[in-house]
Design a protein. Sequence first.
Length: 267
Amino acid sequence: MNKILKTAILSITLFSLVLPTAKAKGDYYPSMTALYADNKEGVHYTREWKQQEAKYSTGSSLVADSNIFVAALHGGSIEMGTTELALATSGEIDGFNADKGTLSNQTKHDFFNFNGMNPPGQNGNLHVTASNYDDKDALRLVEQNKVGVAFHGCTDAQPTGGYNGYKAILIGGLDTDLKILMEKRLKQAGFNAYITNQELYDGDMPQNLINKTSRKAGLQFEMTTSMRASLFGTNTREKRRTTTNSDFWHLTNTIREALLEYEKGLN
Ligand SMILES: [Zn+2]
């Protein structure tokens, strides 16, 4: 009996020691590796990525690979709308409706999306914070690009410091010059966008996946719920990409043009 009791006490002690660390970050899994070991691809989640390639043929001009990487690390039904924004920003709009707008240029960028496929409201355990994001394909893609941009979602109530969360775009990450340019271009385009210093959303950790570009700096967007919801006619995983509205294309094109402007300045 003593032995059983001791084992029970030891188990409880170990459990208590382990649990707070995992809970401190608010995530169920400490890494994508742990998530993949416990969930089934194609059932609980899907992944999609593309590495755009340079193309040349005699008589045609060289089409160079861009130096830009775009990601939705918590897409699908986790942070709704971020997958659609990442796809369109990377220039991949197959299957999107085109009656309310389209891309202003044809440039394509590398992308990586992780999509939660559980029913809405049951995808919380599929959120692994960007600084613990050890997906090998996402890492390889971000590391071989100079510029990185990741789309995330937060609620309207989460921005603090006097900022209004209604249709807000918080800009974070370690790529300071890109953040300044992006804020300027988004504001000029009429969006409620600002560079955030808020601890949870400023994306200032070097371990954050988007800061692992070849320049060791990237940009992340935290778009509030009302911001993302305002871009689609029907805000469901199945219908978002076929019900994009003119604001979706206005936002996507503004971001794409700012990224291209910034990339040009790096060369
Ligand atoms: Zn996120």
